[in-house]
Design a protein around this ligand. Structure first.
Ligand SMILES: Cc1ncc(COP(=O)(O)O)c(C=O)c1O
Length: 447
């Protein structure tokens, strides 16, 4: 049997609505996809396509799992920081406040969104590998914590903090020399990564802070994104805790420790089940507790920094089929979105699943290549996915679309960014309107 036909068979055996869809996804009696109590067909008619839909219940469940696992496994203070780079808007900031989440902001733009959404200073944490003056000014003005990437940045910060009214706490970003197992573009903890400081530089930076009376109180590292095996975190924790032990000899106490985020999700049915948040939190908590015990260190406040594992499953993208084409080797289904709203397949060859919105249980007729309208041969969202016969005008949903789609979207070929809606208890609220031609022209200056 060919790979394609076994994939078709596997797909025929699956329930169409699997755990890659939002927790609230169901099929109505009229054989239509319903999310968050709303008919997807009706949402597409009301808001147009492409359309991104976030399900509040799925987001809430993920945040609650993190909080519950931390309180079960970590015996000292802890916090969950939502990595805003996965997708940030004012509505998401408000949602994060509901759950007492901190916000990880990269640069002045994300800080601005966090402030506009009402995030308090003490829950804004700022990252960035090459923070501009504007980024540093915004961080000093609005953040509770700045994670320092390098020694030069530390010197620039020292100048600002001398005269600042507010003095955010500083954490040092360690490059532990160990990455997690993931796509090479998503690894960040390896020895030659562009992120963070070597252990030696961390010591130098800590001594600089001591000499200049800077408010250093934490260490941070992040080894990469979309991993399932937590073991490399244990290795990196050894490096971080050895540094904390060495620095404690000179009188510095590590009050906060963050091993970053990056816990993975299943994007496609083949990858189910989702890696369990509980497994990750238990591993990290136990490793920190044991590592501190071995070094006689007091337990720091533990900060986890997830983005994808909070946000990805809560979002689906809804597209409309515009054309169907058969070429020598494949059946193409053309939809009205693609690499402009989801660059992940083109960047990392990320794999996705999809379902028709009406009558999702129709038999598959064979694999389809689901492609976008953009002028790139790489604008193919999904390759070789078993699909039923779909007519022009039908709707498709792509699950696991909540993280790193909208955050990385572009105006390629004049694409106007899609509308985004929030689904909660049967109600749909527009949280980001669709871009218009006026938006596309807003920055232009006519000659
Ligand atoms: C410093 C830092 N923290 C947290 C994250 C979140 O990663 P993820 O969305 O995979 O959880 C990232 C992602 O790149 C990151 O760079």
């Amino acid at each position: 049997m060919s790979a394609d036909s076994s994939a078709v068979r596997r797909r025929m055996e699956l329930l169409p609505i699997t755990a890659v869809y939002q927790a609230s996804a169901e099929r109505s009696a009229a054989l239509e996809l319903v999310i968050g109590g709303c008919r997807v067909q009706a949402l597409a008619e009301q808001f147009g396509t492409p359309l991104y839909c976030f399900d509040a219940a799925t987001l809430d469940a993920a945040a609650n799992q993190y909080r519950a696992a931390l309180s079960r496994w970590y015996p000292a203070a802890s916090a969950v920081t939502y990595a805003g780079k996965a997708y940030l808007s004012r509505a998401i900031v408000r949602w994060a406040q509901r759950h007492d989440l901190w916000l990880d902001c990269t640069g002045a733009g994300e800080i601005g969104i966090a402030v506009a959404g009402g995030a308090p200073r003490e829950r804004i944490l700022v990252h960035g590998v090459n923070k501009s003056d504007e980024d540093l000014d915004a961080a000093v003005m609005y953040a509770g914590v700045i994670v320092v990437d390098n020694l030069m940045e530390l010197q620039r910060l020292a100048l600002r903090l001398r005269s600042a009214q507010n003095r955010p706490s500083l954490w040092l970003r360690l490059r532990p020399g160990v990455a997690v197992d993931t796509h090479v573009y998503r690894q960040t903890g390896q020895e030659d990564s562009k992120f963070g400081m070597s252990p030696q530089e961390v010591l130098q930076a800590a001594h600089f802070c001591q000499e200049h009376g800077l408010p250093l109180n934490g260490l941070h590292f992040h080894q990469g994104s979309q991993f399932r095996d937590p073991a490399p975190i244990g290795l990196a924790l050894h490096v971080a805790l050895d540094l904390a032990a060495e620095l404690s000899a000179s009188g510095w106490q590590m009050e906060a420790l963050s091993p970053g985020g990056g816990w993975g999700v299943a994007y496609h049915e083949d990858e189910l089940p989702h890696p369990e948040i509980e497994t990750y939190v238990r591993f990290v908590s136990q490793a920190v507790v044991e590592g501190c015990r071995q070094r006689n260190l007091p337990l720091p406040s533990l900060h986890l920094e997830p983005g994808r594992s909070l946000m990805a499953r809560a979002g689906v993208a809804v597209y409309r089929v515009g054309a169907v084409k058969q070429t020598a080797l494949r059946r193409w289904l053309f939809i009205d979105g693609g690499m402009a709203d989801n660059p992940r397949p083109a960047l990392y060859r990320a794999r996705y699943s999809a379902l028709p919105v009406t009558n999702p249980e129709r038999p598959c007729i064979g694999p389809a290549w689901i492609a976008g309208p953009y002028c790139e041969s790489g604008d193919v969202l999904i390759e070789a996915l078993p699909m039923p016969d779909l007519a022009v005008g039908e709707l498709l949903v792509v699950p696991m679309s909540g993280a790193y789609h909208l955050a990385m979207q572009s105006n390629y070929n004049g694409a106007r960014r899609p509308a985004v809606i929030w689904l909660e208890r049967g109600e749909a609220i527009l949280i980001q309107r669709r871009e218009t031609l006026v938006d596309l022209l807003a920055r232009d200056v006519d000659l």
